[in-house]
Design a protein around this ligand. Structure first.
Ligand code: UDP
Length: 309
């Protein structure tokens, strides 16, 4: 049994991770400032004596005794991270600094939830971990992209300078239950719109692509990366099944039997045109690959949103 800190533990991915770690019998300390996390996501854990919740912001230093840290705290949907971009940059940088200091004091292993956004609007396709990215440093996505890039830099400098035991994963688009209804991301938007028979809002012409990973697969990858003893990363975690945003809209309309029409809005500035992970490294080093198909994952996610609408 380990004492594990999950920052951002009340958020979408964090809450699934807390649940899995509790099932494995660990002591879980969830730290969240509830900016995009919700009490609903962690409500069921409170009866478990191994669960503790701390309402705090990772931009302030943390004092705890722990064995492992998963650093997931940061708004991750473009709508939310662009709402207060300076806070997003501070959360990425100061959050990384504070968890690294805590890991150093405790001699704990610390995993950073990095992102495919560090590749920006990628000029190579699909993306391997060797690709260094194409980020607009002054655009609206930069607060998140560059925040996550400097966080990776800090992680590797703490490893080189202080020997901190780090793990870095780059998470590609992930979906599933516990996403917010107003998350603003494409899968939650389309499902909520379809279930309400409202217009489905495609940004741009819908030919841009993404590759969507079901949250259970992702959590499995996070834990495998934390538990492996001789590989710091960075490693891509995502589902290589690539599709256009238009195809996604069609599948969701069909699955929900919705009367929604598709409408076309402007493509947001710096919206990446293509995204698909190469997961060869995760397969080799972690023996990990996603197993939930997009069809199965969407069915589960649609069932979840039906209970929320
Ligand atoms: N998107 C869309 N309609 C929506 C929300 C998003 O067409 O209601 C598009 C968005 O422009 C992007 C893709 O879907 O091309 C994925 O967007 P999301 O915000 O889910 O994640 P991103 O990968 O951009 O961070």
């Amino acid at each position: 049994m380990k004492r594990i800190l999950v920052t951002g533990g009340a958020g979408f991915i964090g809450s699934h991770l807390c649940k899995k770690l509790l099932q494995q019998g660990h002591k879980v300390i969830c730290l969240d400032n509830m900016y995009t996390g919700t009490y609903e996501n962690i409500k069921s854990f409170h009866e478990n004596k191994n669960f503790d919740f701390i309402n705090a912001d990772i931009t302030s230093p943390i004092e705890l005794e722990i064995d492992q840290i998963y650093n997931l705290a940061c708004p991750a949907s473009p709508v939310h991270y662009q709402h207060d971009p300076i806070m997003t940059a501070k959360t990425s940088f100061l959050g990384a600094l504070n968890v690294l200091e805590l890991a150093k004091k405790n001699k704990a292993r610390v995993l950073q939830a990095s992102t495919s956004e560090i590749y920006g609007d990628p000029l190579i396709h699909p993306q391997t971990e060797k690709y260094r990215g194409n980020v607009n440093t002054i655009g609206p996505r930069a607060c998140y992209d560059e925040g996550k890039r400097i966080a990776e830099t800090l992680f590797f400098d703490y490893q080189r300078q202080y020997g901190v035991d780090i793990r870095v994963v780059r998470i590609f688009n992930t979906y599933g239950p516990n996403m917010l209804k107003n998350d603003g991301r494409v899968i939650s938007n389309f499902i909520v719109q379809a279930l309400n028979n409202e217009d489905i809002t495609i940004y741009g012409d819908g030919t841009q692509t993404r590759s969507f990973c079901y949250v259970d697969d992702l959590v499995d990858g996070l834990i495998k990366m934390m538990e492996n003893d001789n590989f710091s990363g960075p490693v891509n975690l995502g589902n290589p099944h690539e599709m256009t945003v238009y195809e996604l809209a069609q599948i969701i309309i069909e699955k929900t039997g919705s009367n929604s029409r598709i409408v076309y809005n402007d493509l947001p500035e710096d919206d990446p045109i293509k995204r698909k992970p190469v997961i060869k490294l995760a397969k080799e080093k972690l023996n990990w690959q996603p197993i939930v198909s997009i069809s199965e994952g969407l069915d589960r996610t649609i069932e979840y949103f039906k209970t929320k609408i």
